[in-house]
Design a protein. Structure first.
Length: 174
């Protein structure tokens, strides 16, 4: 039996002992069983990640997003509340990066530039009268890391949104 197989078998045994065999039939699981399963997931050996069907590059991309973007844009890419309205200082809260936001309205080159140099520098160069609080991450992140973060964000979008954003990037030659 592989490491993943042993981990799954052990998890099933613990759940059967704690929650009864009904955990594996078609009836809804009890909340404490689901909580136990979630806690066990946090302690599965690394090879068990294969069982979860997560691509390694997506895990690394997500980790970069969490480290550098989630504080402002949210762990689930949800952005800050009232992101469409300026605060008392005239700044807009961080927008969502999911399909409800506007990230996908921009081509790849603009997004890379915005993340690398910061919002204000890009907007000033474009002649846009808007104050951005988005810092530049060029000094902190390599270009391939910024691309990885964008790849993660895009991976969460529905296909039709990804297609629209790709068309925008293709139209601008990016």
């Amino acid at each position: 039996m592989t490491g993943v197989g042993r981990a799954v078998a052990a998890a099933r045994s613990v759940l059967t002992i704690c929650c009864g065999s009904r955990m594996f039939d078609k009836r809804p699981a009890r909340p404490r069983c689901l909580a136990l399963l979630a806690l066990m997931g946090l302690h599965l050996p690394l090879p068990a990640a294969a069982f979860l069907h997560a691509k390694p590059e997506t895990v690394a991309e997500h980790a970069l997003y969490l480290k550098h973007c989630a504080d402002c844009h949210g762990v689930d890419l949800e952005g800050q509340p009232d992101w469409r309205s300026a605060d008392a200082t005239g700044l807009y809260p961080a927008p969502p990066h999911d399909e409800t936001g506007h990230t996908w309205h921009h081509d790849d080159a603009m997004l890379l530039d915005y993340i690398s140099r910061g919002g204000q520098a890009v907007l000033d160069d474009m002649g846009v009268k808007f104050t951005s609080s988005m810092p530049g991450f060029g000094p902190v992140l390599k270009e391939r890391e910024i691309e990885a973060i964008l790849d993660y964000i895009k991976s969460t979008w529905p296909d039709h949104i990804r297609d629209l954003q790709a068309e925008r990037s293709d139209a601008t030659g990016n």
